[in-house]
Ligand binder design. Sequence first.
Ligand code: HEM
Ligand SMILES: [Cu+2]
Length: 589
Amino acid sequence: MSEGHDDHGHGKQGFVSTYLFSFDHKMIGKQYLTLAMMMALVGGILAMLIRLQLGWPGTLWPSLETFFPTGMASGVMTPEFYVMLFTMHGTIMVFFVLSLAPVSGFGNFLIPLQIGARDMAFPFLNMLSFWTVLPGAIIILISFLVEGGAAASGWTAYPPLSAIRSAIPGSGAGQTLWIVGMVFFIASFTMGGLNFVVTILNLRTKGMKMMRLPLTTWAQFVVGVLGLLSFPALAAGAILLLFDRGLGTSFFLPAGIYIGDQLFAHEGGTPLLWQHLFWFLGHPEVYIIMLPAMGFASDIIATFSRRPIFGYRSMVYAIIAIGILSFLVWGHHMFVSGMSPFLGSVFVMTTLAIAIPSAVKTFNWLSTLWKAKIRFTTPMLFALGIVSLFVTGGLTGLFLGTNATDIQLHDTYFVVAHFHFIMAGAGLFGALAAVYYWFPKMFGRFMNEGLGKIHFWLTFLAYYGTFFPMHYLGIAGMMRRIYDPNTYDYLKPLQPVNTFITVSAFILGAAQLIFVANYFWSMAKGRKCAESNPWESNGLEWSAPSPPGHGNWEGEIPEVHRWPYDYNNPDEDREFTPQWQPARVKARG
Ligand code: HEM
Ligand SMILES: [Cu+2]
């Protein structure tokens, strides 16, 4: 079916075509993963700086002046710099880390291997999409160095701050670069989505029915569709925003804006248009981050509990339902924008409806684990972590999705806690679980389990230590994006909580260095993985050599005879039966 790709050179390839302009989905996946890790380092450092300010507001850190001569002139962080920090932290983490690693990284690496194809449907487009996102990332990073500094209107880039070039320091060149960088990102992500959808629909090997796909691939399929349908809204918004900034249009700018005492000559537009366009992308985007994590969790939990995933069909329908609903809920980000309470109540209902497929998934994971003989490997621990963070973040979502309670909690630290659990946390743990689980397939070596477990426990505990107390700060009235809470008397008693959070965040950040060290050390020196199926898994990717060569399988692509979850099937006399094993007694799925 997919034999057509053998033609692009099986012979020895040069450095440039192997490592730089590779067409091979596995190399492209690794390129994305490497880029995401580098961006995570930047995004993480920004988070540490944010927490430094909130942990000890106004303190002098003279040594930091060397690194940030304007932002930390004479060692104190300026408010302008703080605003840039959380803007760029959010942007980098959401788009350049947690969309790139699980989707572009693992999607590219895994989809052909899991469906039985030699490569993605459009290998050239695949290469192009990486080389489109890379300039986007570079442009975003360069924006720190331009006059006025990086963008400072939040990762949501709301006008008028983002639409008026003279509004605040970051509104100038920094904001322009932010928009241009995002346009590159969107172009790249759309190419990727097209590749995902076409590949999964057209290149499946013999016997690989849609209802035999691993849940990871199902998630990537829906993610591809979501990306294709939602990112264009942001692209349109970004281009209109450029027009408002440079060409004198007023899509997002209403009449009567003053800068200082100068009336700004625009009229007729509305910032709400941007909010609609942004959140039409923004909510599907959080599922673009989370669905792959849910797919990884399902595959990893089944493997290490040695159980068929409970309710496979309902899992597939839940992924699809979440995908559809994600387009109908964007208004829950705009309850306090003056929308009619009736319209608000419609968005409440669509939002709360997402709780149903989410609960289906959660109960299915728990049923899979129930009374299982669990193997607590590092990838399994991270997969269980995904479930934990997903439940914690999901429960607070109910309060934010209901307009009556959201009016109180909106733009407080309760929101920051919520999205760091449901999106940032689940996505981060998903990416880490995937690295530990598929590392032997990617590099032919294992990561160190001892270091992996230390990394997991430090990350898990410090994650809760960092973000759980933020719920309390939010309920107590601490607003998000605030530079120095102590300017308000009523927030002063909360300072010890903020200091505690910062210490936890530093532990969390330091723990990731263990991961980075383990990753690179294992790549060169880790225990060799000779066999193709080290975890005794059933997915088709485990039939290919570790690591797979060009074209993935040496001979024919294996045929698929069953679903990927035949663990301890009573109809079979083996403990596990991979997808490529012909039925001995009776196939399932
Ligand atoms: C090392 C772990 C992390 C720490 C300590 C951290 C900390 C913070 C803090 C303190 C803020 C500022 C909140 C505010 O003032 O409103 C923030 C904002 C944010 N973070 Fe994180 N974060 C971490 C990881 C992540 C990850 C992995 C993501 C990925 C999705 C993420 C996404 C965001 C977003 C979207 C914002 C909002 C930015 C804005 O308000 O414009 N964070 N983070
Ligand atoms: Cu939302």
